[in-house]
Design a protein around this ligand. Structure first.
Ligand code: GLA
Length: 399
C-alpha cells in the first residue's frame, strides 16, 4: 500500500467519491477507510507474463474503489454501488456466494492466511473499469480489496507480495491461471509512467510516459471476453508443452534463430514464435519509449497485434477490424500504432496517438467500426495513473 502523507495522495477519483457517498447513504455515517485500485492497459508484451516474458502495462484512470467501516455485527456485508450485487459472510468463504465474490473473498482469505487479522466490516464497492474488456477489472477488485485489508489491519504488504497474493486469489478462487501482470500493474504503477515488468525475475522499473504530445486511446469493441472459458488456459498449456519439447526451462533461453531450426508441430511452433518475438518486441519497445521514438513504438504495437491474431490466435474479427481502422489512419492521421490489449477474444484495442488528433481519431474509429460491425464501440482516452492506495479517514490519535 502506498503510504503517503495525506496531502500527497492523488486526488480521489470520482468513482471513490461515489463509493463514499453511497456508504453514507447506506449506513448513515462516513466510511473509515477508502481504497482505490486502477485497471490497466497493456501497451505491449501480451500473453508472455506467464512465459517468463517482459510486459509493459500502464495503470489507467479507471478505478475500483471500496468505502468501508467496522461492523458491529458478526457478519461482513459488501454491496455494489447500484445494489445489484451484495454478499454477506461470517467467515469469508466463497461457497454459496455469487461468482464475483471470489475476487473479494479470495484476497481476504489469503490476507488472513498471510497473518493479517481481519474483523467483520461493511463496505460499498464501485468501479468504472469496464468489465470483461481486457482492462483488468478483476485485478482492480482484488487489489482494492487487499489494500482495504491492509488499511483495516494497519499493516502493509510489500508490493510484490501483494501482487502475488492477488494473483493467487485469481488462480485459486476464480480458476483463471493468469500471470502476474495485471495485479502488479494495479499495485506498482506510478502516475505518468509505464511499468516495465520482467516476469522472470518479478522486478520492474517505471518508465516515464504521459507528459508529452502523445496519448493512449482505448477502443472497447463491446465484444465481451471471458478468460475462464478455457482458451486462456489452453494457450498456457500449449506454451508449456512447446517449451518442454524445445528442451528449455524458460522462454528467455529460446532464441528466434534456434526456434527456426526446430520441428515443432505447427500450432506449437506458432505459439512459441509469438512468445519469443513478443518478448523481443517488448524489450525494443521499452527502449523506444525511453527515446520517445513513437514511430518505432507504434510499429512494434502493430506487429504485436498481427502476431496475436495470426500466431497466438487470441484476437477476434471485431478486434482485427478496430485495429485495421486505426492502422489505416496511420502516423499521418495521428496514429502511431494500435493493437488488441489484454487476454483477447474481445475487449479493447489500445492506440498510441497524437493528442492533438484525439477527437478526430475517436470519431473515425467510432463511425467506421459501427459501420462495419453494427456494434457501438466505447472510445476513451486513458491517463497513466498511480497504482493502488488507501486512506484511513480516522487514524488513531497519538496520546
Ligand atoms: C490476462 C491475464 C494476464 C495476461 C494477459 C495477456 O489479462 O490476467 O496475466 O496473461 O491476459 O497478456
Amino acid at each position: 500500500m502506498t503510504m503517503l502523507p495525506s496531502s500527497a495522495y492523488p486526488p480521489l477519483p470520482a468513482i471513490a467519491e461515489e463509493a463514499r457517498s453511497a456508504y453514507i447513504r447506506r449506513f448513515g455515517h462516513p466510511p473509515r477507510w477508502l481504497s482505490v485500485a486502477p485497471g490497466r492497459v497493456n501497451l505491449i508484451g501480451e500473453h508472455v507474463d506467464y512465459n517468463d516474458g517482459l510486459v509493459l502495462p500502464v495503470a489507467i484512470d479507471r478505478y475500483t474503489a471500496m468505502a468501508a467501516g467496522p461492523s458491529n455485527l458478526d457478519a461482513t456485508v459488501i454491496e455494489s454501488l447500484d445494489k445489484t450485487e451484495s454478499l454477506q459472510t461470517t467467515d469469508f468463504q466463497c461457497e454459496g456466494q455469487p461468482a464475483w465474490a471470489a475476487y473479494v473473498l479470495g484476497p481476504l482469505l489469503l490476507c488472513q492466511q498471510h497473518g493479517l487479522h481481519l474483523e467483520s466490516f461493511k463496505a460499498i464497492v464501485a468501479s468504472d473499469v469496464p468489465r470483461g474488456a481486457g482492462l483488468s477489472s478483476s485485478a482492480a477488485l482484488e487489489v482494492a480489496t487487499a489494500t482495504l485489508a491492509e488499511l483495516m489491519c494497519g499493516q502493509s504488504l510489500e508490493a510484490l507480495e501483494k501482487a502475488r497474493l492477488c494473483q493467487r486469489a485469481e488462480h485459486e478462487f476464480a480458476n483463471v491461471p493468469c500471470g502476474i501482470m495485471d495485479q502488479a500493474a494495479s499495485v506498482a504503477s506510478r502516475a505518468n509512467t509505464a511499468l516495465l515488468l520482467d516476469c522472470q525475475t518479478e522486478t520492474w522499473t517505471n518508465i516515464p510516459f504521459g507528459q508529452s504530445d502523445v496519448c493512449l486511446l482505448i477502443a472497447n469493441t463491446n465484444v465481451r471476453h471471458s478468460l475462464a472459458d478455457g482458451q486462456y488456459a489452453k494457450r498456457r498449456q500449449e506454451c508449456d508443452l512447446a517449451l518442454r519439447l524445445l528442451g528449455k526451462s524458460s522462454y528467455r533461453e529460446v532464441s528466434s534463430v534456434a526456434l527456426e531450426s526446430q520441428n515443432l508441430e505447427e500450432t506449437l511452433q506458432k505459439r512459441a514464435w509469438h512468445v519469443v518475438r513478443e518478448i523481443a518486441r517488448t524489450r525494443e519497445a521499452a527502449t523506444a519509449l525511453e527515446r520517445a521514438d513513437w514511430i518505432r513504438f507504434g510499429q512494434l504495437m502493430n506487429e504485436s497485434h498481427l502476431s496475436l491474431s495470426e500466431d497466438y490466435q487470441v484476437s477476434c474479427a471485431e478486434l482485427d477490424t478496430m485495429a485495421r481502422i486505426a492502422w489505416d489512419l496511420g502516423p499521418t492521421g495521428g496514429v502511431f500504432g494500435s493493437r488488441m490489449t489484454g487476454g483477447g477474444f474481445g475487449g479493447c484495442t489500445v492506440s498510441l496517438i497524437l493528442t492533438a488528433h484525439a477527437a478526430t481519431i475517436a470519431d473515425a474509429l467510432q463511425q467506421a467500426y459501427h459501420q462495419e460491425t453494427g456494434i457501438e464501440p466505447e472510445i476513451f482516452m486513458a491517463m497513466p495513473s498511480e497504482g493502488a492506495w488507501g486512506i484511513d479517514c480516522e487514524p488513531p490519535q497519538k496520546s
